[in-house]
Design a protein. Sequence first.
Length: 133
Amino acid sequence: MTRLPPLLAAAALTLAGCSSGTAVTTPTGAEGAAASGPASSAGAASAAGTSSAAANFTIKAYVFPPFTATAGQKITIVDGDGEPHTVTADDGSFDSGSFDAAAPGTLTVPTKPGVYPVHCTVHPTMHGTLTVK
């Protein structure tokens, strides 16, 4: 039986909790609690407090989580896949730029509340929405 180095084993255990099609949302700030669930039905938690609070969202299995954030909030997007991604507004009004598992992406959400369709420029079949409150 092959033994995994401790760091690799810890990473494998962490990822084992995320099944295919699962989006993990980890808000930071006043809430400090993690929420997870299927990307198609999980309500992404928005960070509590002001727009300066940060929120983390994880893209996994080439599926966008349901992004929900406060107007002007800075969010961090973690890549749970083996290839880079972007979070790009369909209308071109914002773009996270390319990010990957080694370097998470960041995005300051629009200041105008609404629902913004997004896609990944690297993977044209990836579509989702960013809800700004």
